[in-house]
Write a protein that binds this ligand. Structure first.
Ligand SMILES: [Mg+2]
Length: 237
């Protein structure tokens, strides 16, 4: 049997950070009541992920400087850096997949001294007090502007065991295709309801403990249902 090596994908908002920065940003500088309504419509499938971002952005009024000041104080899970170090020391690729915006991901990672992490997210460009949303990764799946399931399909090889770590609604497509899932909050409930095997976690300390054990035992395996889902997806593309 081929030896599988883990390839790690991690959600950003509410997983690496303690709170959802994107939501907080739109509530603070956009229209809070509208944002709540729009997010509700997105979750019920009435609104695509791209339209959600574009509509929320229409209400935003903030300078780039004030936006950066606001986001830099969002706390990161303090044990994330230990997990990242473990991955780096062992040559394990870690990629952040986010349906949020690039400017705060960059700012928060830098503010916490975290460098060299690659990420795929949506973009935001500031023009005086307005933001322009950029959607470089739109795909056939329109649930999210940056479908994490699509990203996983585009970025893995046959000897990879795909590990996914996340907490929320935009992680649903990702966990379909992941061999090993670490889940908390809303994503944990989704895995429960859909019979997707997962490890629960609260912080990256929990993730690292479990991950290290499986890694050191050379025990990463493909999850049968995820493998079928991936094959199905490649056949229909
Ligand atoms: Mg999240």
């Amino acid at each position: 049997m081929t030896h599988l090596f883990p390839k790690v994908f991690v959600d950003f908002d509410g997983t690496i950070t303690k709170r959802d920065v994107g939501n907080a940003f739109f509530r603070k500088f956009g229209n809070e009541a509208e944002s709540l309504k729009l997010v509700g419509k997105w979750k019920s499938g009435e609104l695509s992920g791209s339209d959600l971002l574009l509509k929320e952005a229409e209400y935003v009024s903030v300078s780039e400087e004030d936006a950066l000041k606001f986001v830099e104080n969002f706390e990161v899970d303090s044990s994330f850096k230990y997990f990242l170090n473990f991955c780096n020391e062992n040559g394990i690729e870690l990629t952040v997949l986010s349906d949020g915006l690039d400017f705060y991901i960059k700012k928060i990672l830098a503010a916490n001294g975290i460098s060299g992490v690659s990420f795929y997210s949506n973009g935001a460009r500031f023009h005086s007090l307005h933001i322009e949303i950029e959607l470089p990764y739109e795909s056939d799946c329109t649930k999210c502007a940056n479908c994490k399931g699509h990203q996983i399909l585009m970025n893995n090889g046959s000897d990879d065991a795909i590990v996914y770590i996340g907490n929320g609604f935009s992680d649903r497509c990702a966990v379909q295709y992941a061999d090993v899932v670490f889940a908390k909050d809303e994503l944990l409930r989704y895995c429960e309801e859909n019979n997707i095997t997962y490890f629960p976690f609260v912080t990256f300390d929990d993730v690292l403990k479990k991950f290290r054990k499986v890694f050191e035992a050379g025990n990463f395996r493909k999850r049968h249902r995820a493998e079928l889902k991936r094959k199905e997806a490649y056949l229909t593309e």
